[in-house]
Design a protein around this ligand. Structure first.
Ligand code: ASP
Ligand code: MG
Length: 449
């Protein structure tokens, strides 16, 4: 095991010169932090996605590019030695301009990944120079040489073996010499084309890299001091959680606690790497530790909300006392690479929700071809404007009276789908997007305050 930590800084943590200087101070403070994984500067990925979706009007395109340039130039303006970075940023802006024009004619996922990767490519140039000027010996590294993925543009899957091999060969020796600053979110396929791991993927990158170099710890620096009992913007009485188990935290991340990308914890869990989540704005406030073993296992740990849900209901009279229907349904979904999140079944119908994975954002769509094939088998109904509320905790299925306490709080609401009992750590339900915030507030008050 390497004696060092990987630190990941999110978009708001590298939003501007001041924010980047705070990152430098955090890394300087801990001599064991040797590898830094950075997001794009706050807001930049969204602007790049806009360009990648195709902006037809050349003036509008220029104004978006100008905004992107402005964010980076504002940092450059505060550097003591701006010249090298200026050149690098200018080059990337030229490449963005060309790609944005191509996208305006015909957007595609490969081009999208090429475009959106520019955010991290730029932020790491700036961050490295800021670190150097703060007296942290650092160098910038292009992670595309290490993080190898398949060619599923927009939500590429890592090749763990190759990534480990490359990381040990190229990254580990560098970390012995100085702090290495590299990009989150991006990788490359076997052809060398740039890929991305899906929106918010920098956490996942950091965890994959930590796994590949056998890091001792993973620090996730963001804009909130750790994981809370629920999003404090929804319920102001939400409290920070000092320590949480991997199982609870992955459920929370999965169900929309926006603080961590859902896949982040898998690599950390596989290699028993403790994860710390804290605020780069207020590192002194501490944060949340996610570990294998934790001191307590409370009945209710956290409450999460995830919007943009797509629910698909399949009904078939042939399902009655038949076998093989679900198998057929899942075969079709698998063939079209549709990832299912939740599922409930009754004698003649199945309801399921679709996973949100893609870089392009929005509610996940059931591909037309998949729908057509399903319709050969049964009736298909697709609904949107739904939110998923999840209660995370321990042994909720076994504690008496739990269901009553929860559902009596939610009496007023129309719950579209309930998943209870499949996991020891969660209980979740789907409801109208317009009801969900209030439901979370009421549940938080009842169970946590
Ligand atoms: N910059 C990417 C995004 O905004 C990745 C990340 O920040 O984790 O989705
Ligand atoms: Mg982010």
């Amino acid at each position: 095991m390497s004696a060092f930590n990987v630190a990941k800084f999110g978009g708001t943590s590298v939003a501007d010169f001041t924010a980047m200087s705070r990152c430098a101070a955090i890394v300087k403070n801990n001599p064991y932090t040797k590898l830094v994984v950075s997001s794009a500067c706050s807001g930049v990925t969204n602007l790049l996605v806009e360009l990648a979706n195709g902006v037809a009007d050349p003036n509008e395109r220029s104004s978006i590019i100008e905004k992107i340039r402005g964010i980076h130039v504002a940092v450059i303006d505060q550097l003591q030695q701006p010249s090298e970075v200026t050149e690098a940023i200018d080059e990337i802006i030229v490449s963005i301009t060309q790609a944005a024009e191509s996208a305006s004619l015909q957007p595609n996922l490969k081009l999208t990944d090429h475009l959106v990767s520019c955010g991290e490519l730029m932020s790491t140039h700036l961050l490295t120079q800021v670190f150097v000027e703060h007296g942290v010996e650092s160098l910038r590294f292009d992670i595309r040489d290490v993080l190898k993925t398949n060619s599923l543009f927009g939500s590429a899957e890592p090749d763990l073996e190759q990534t480990r091999e490359q990381a040990q060969k190229l990254l580990s020796p560098l970390c012995e010499q100085s702090v290495v600053i590299t990009q989150g979110f991006i990788g490359s396929d076997s052809e060398g084309s740039t890929t991305t791991l899906g929106r918010g993927g920098s956490d996942y990158s950091a965890a994959l890299i930590a796994e590949a170099i056998n890091a001792a710890g993973l620090e996730i620096w963001t804009d909130v001091p750790g994981i809370y009992t629920t999003d404090p913007r929804i319920a102001p009485a939400a409290k920070p959680i000092p320590e949480i188990s991997f199982s609870e935290a992955s459920e929370a991340a999965n169900f929309g606690a926006k603080i961590l990308h859902p896949s982040t914890l898998l690599p950390a869990l596989r290699h028993h790497i403790p994860v710390f989540v804290g605020s780069s704005k207020a590192p002194e406030q501490g944060g949340t530790w996610i570990r294998d073993r934790v001191a307590s296992a409370p009945l209710f740990r956290a409450l999460t909300l995830r919007g943009n849900q797509t629910m698909v209901t399949l009904k078939s009279i042939n399902m009655y006392q038949a076998y093989g229907f679900l198998a057929e349904v899942f075969q079709i979904l698998a063939k079209h690479k549709v990832s299912v999140d939740l599922i409930t079944t009754s004698e003649v119908s199945v309801s399921l929700t679709l996973d949100q994975t893609n870089t392009a954002g929005g509610a996940p769509q059931l591909p037309i071809a998949a729908q057509a094939e399903l319709e050969q088998l049964c009736s298909v109904k697709v609904e949107q404007n739904l939110s998923l509320v999840a209660l995370i905790g321990n042994n909720m299925g076994q504690a008496r009276g739990t269901a009553k306490q929860i559902f009596s709080t939610l009496e007023e609401y129309n719950l579209r789908m309930i998943c209870y009992g499949a996991s020891n750590h969660n209980l979740c339900f789907l409801m109208a997007e317009s009801d969900a915030r209030l439901a979370v507030q009421q549940l938080h008050q009842e169970l946590f305050e």
